[in-house]
Design a protein around this ligand. Structure first.
Ligand code: GDP
Ligand code: MG
Length: 194
């Protein structure tokens, strides 16, 4: 329930003023069916990062988690819009700190869509100041792979963002992605041109 979540969070913030006060917002982008919601769901239970779910029950498309990395707790709020064909509207919302652009390596059209999203982020000047990570999900589907890791890496390199291959189905690199998102956010906050 919400009462328990906020109590947990204020407890954390009373230990150290920098924890769980300003949540980092991470916007999930990409085609439908690529595994965005599955990834976020998996992040909520990361034992590796001692994650605990801070989400309120009825929040539409937003999930919050508190994680511990390098001795420091951070709250991450994942914005996972159900109809991701539309560009997320930021009006009235705090600026995102990170974008996670997801495609399925067994779905070429989802890769093209991810490239379009990267292009859009690049054009809007987001890539320099924010964490942007290109995620090739569903690596377990080896036989139906239609996008190679090299193509994914090349796209990430050309838009100056990070690249990772994941599989929610076999829990491959999901913790690593969560670590990568938080690490990139912290680096960009220290040095936006990095
Ligand atoms: P979204 O539309 O991007 O939010 O995609 P979902 O998270 O709803 O996932 C769409 C479907 O893909 C679901 O049936 C998931 O179980 C499945 N899925 C998600 N990740 C993986 C994965 O890594 N491997 C496989 N084989 N299936 C996955
Ligand atoms: Mg979804």
């Amino acid at each position: 329930g919400s009462a328990r979540s906020s109590a947990t969070c204020s407890l954390a913030s009373s230990r150290d003023s920098s924890t769980c006060t300003v949540p980092y917002r991470v916007v999930m982008l990409g085609g439908s069916g690529v595994g965005k919601s599955s990834l976020v769901q998996q992040f909520m239970t990361s034992e590796y990062l001692h994650a605990y779910d801070l989400s309120l029950d009825d929040e539409c498309g937003e999930k919050s988690v508190c994680v511990l990395l390098d001795g420091e707790e951070s709250e991450l709020t994942f914005v996972d819009l159900p109809a991701s064909d539309t560009t997320p509207v930021n009006e009235g919302q705090p600026e995102p700190h990170a974008y996670c652009v997801v495609y399925s390596q067994s779905d070429l059209s989802s890769f093209r869509k991810a490239e379009d999203e990267l292009q859009r982020l690049w054009t809007s000047g987001c890539v320099g100041s924010k964490a942007v990570i290109l995620v090739a999900n569903k690596t377990d589907l080896v036989r139906s792979r239609t996008v190679t890791a090299e193509e994914g890496k090349a796209a990430a390199t050309s838009y100056d963002c990070k690249f990772i291959e994941t599989s929610v189905a076999i829990n491959h690199n999901v913790d690593e992605l969560l670590v990568g998102i938080l690490t990139q956010i912290r680096l960009k906050l220290q040095d936006p041109e990095r």
